[in-house]
Design a protein around this ligand. Sequence first.
Ligand SMILES: [Ca+2]
Ligand SMILES: [Ca+2]
Ligand SMILES: [Ca+2]
Length: 702
Amino acid sequence: MSQPTARNLKRLLPLVLAVSSMWAAVWAAGTSGDLYFTTYKGGADVNKISFNYDGTKLVIGPVVNVAKTDGSDGLIFAPDSELLVGGQGNKVHKINIATQAVVTHTAGGVDAYHMALDPGQQYAWASGIPGGLAKIPLTPFADGTAIPLSGDDVKVTSLAFQDADHAFYTSSGTDGSGNFGTLDLKAFTTHRLIKNLQGGHGMAFDTFTGHLMLFGGENIVQINPANAQIVSTRAFPGSKFDQGTVDGKGHLFVADGNGTVLFVDYVATKKIGDSANYSAQPYVADNMDDVAPLSGLGSNPNPNPNPQPDSLIAVVKALYQDADGDGRIDQAWVEFPKAIAALPTQIQLQDPFNPSTTVTVPAAGIVRIDETHILATFKDKEFTAGTGFDPKPYGKILADAKVFDGASFVIGDGVGPRIASAVSNPPANANDKPTLTVTFSEAMKADPAVGFPFDIKRPGASDPSGKIKVVSVQPAGGNAYVYTFEGSVFPLPGDSLRLKSGATGLADAQGNPSNMKDYVPVGGVLPKVVYQLESKGTGLVTVPKLDGPIPLPNSILVVDQSVSEGGCLNCPPSVNVVISDAVKANYSDTKPFLITLKVNAPFHYDLSFFDNLGVYINKAVGDVSAADLARLRKDKDGNYLLGLAWWPVSSRGGQVGNGAYIAHGTLTTTGDLKTIQGSQGEFRALANKSENVFFTFGYLRR
Ligand SMILES: [Ca+2]
Ligand SMILES: [Ca+2]
Ligand SMILES: [Ca+2]
């Protein structure tokens, strides 16, 4: 390696130190502004982004096009605030940012890529990668002149000035490595200081450290110009760095051919390679080429000191959600168009179902999901409903008006569907299939291929999950669907259901899957099912002596026990008195009723009676209909208490004598037999709906 000349070192050093210490004291934290950059494939190839770094996190704005050229590479600002852009050939563009007008002049036959502003500000210098040097007049802007170089390197890439007559140069190809040295701008001779430096492609002078920052390939190199020693380096593997810049406040930006911009905060360390530095490398645009200087020669003489209103951050998308899955909206998911450094501190949200209700979510309820998304949660004030509604401007960021656009923003439906109701329909006839009518909380498509998309709970019985086979799903109007089942296992009244969380093929119109956490009871009617009643014991029933025994079609007389006189539902007029007496039951140790039932729905009875030798006595077949029940009193739970009294007259017309008898048959119901009391007196609480009856009882004739 060659050493720099003593003349070079002395010239630069005092100025650099004075400036850097001043900046360090004043600017310790952040930086913001506009970063202008080019892309290398034409089209909308001159652009800018806003950036804001608050000392902890870099935030960049969307890409804004500045102009279109027929080729662009390096770019600098002219003293008149127009952009000078190397045109990737024998041309230099000058762009009026306000009008987007582009004026192009030749570069004296030199291929113009990287640009540098001369310290005297009358000329710009264009150079190649590496290539010849051209001097471009700026007062006025005109065709350039090629300046042949001699010395160690006759082709150059980037220049960084020490003073009016002396610059540092790189001489580098597209791989990002190259030679580094000094250029005498009077003699136009070069003196190489470092050969084949990894990272020696782009270059910027940094007043903050007094050093040169070089960029190329994966590498950033910090060189002390006073002695040409490398102070610090850092590699960012995979990067294709080209031209970079510094803001003079300890922050560096480098364009990367992969489309990112590298940002490094070296305020505290003053060394670009220090691992303690904050760095970020956000994607900006495809075909990223170079960035314009942010400080020093070639930087914007009139940078925009204040963000324009259009740089306030607006919400791009927002959704109401139901985090705990109870069907009530309890949070808003909010998306911003770019990374946000600070969170909103107050968000106002309107209830879509009760427009007069708004909640204000304070900072404590606002959390970051990632760089561009936040959640505002208000579980303590969740809305009363919310799975399906139209998007409307329900949201507003109240605080942070300097950062966030305070306009109302639209919030859409981000809550998946729920079950509003489910009704079980048992088969009415032997060949029918059972069905379940499910009404969802909002419009959705129920895909039959999904099968049985519900979690089911069946208290006190075996879990039917996995045994339920769906054979079809048919729309039934509105948000209702009819699920038809194969086999005997299907949802019953008393079961409860919920939609499976995240079940595919079951989203609402917006594509939100369900996250229903609670269960909805299944309504409807129960199927006829047969159960075993007590079949032992010798209860004793009694009926007063019948003066005129007559055989009846039904030897079971159904009596309403809620009426003290014992109103009979199916008694012929001729037996009224008898039953009335029976209800009074003034006979010790005997009961007037063969069976006592508590029911909530119509039922069917089919019983036969035999004597203790098995001789047939009589039978009882009939129904207690809904119309019958409607005549009775209901208890507070909706049940009817009924007595089944035996009519002790044989089919041949004689009253039976004292003795043991056998009852055999079934009681079935479309509803629920709540309790049943056999002749021996025990009440049984039944989970079942129907009974097989087979028992003996004693009959005491009075
Ligand atoms: Ca370039
Ligand atoms: Ca909720
Ligand atoms: Ca929804």
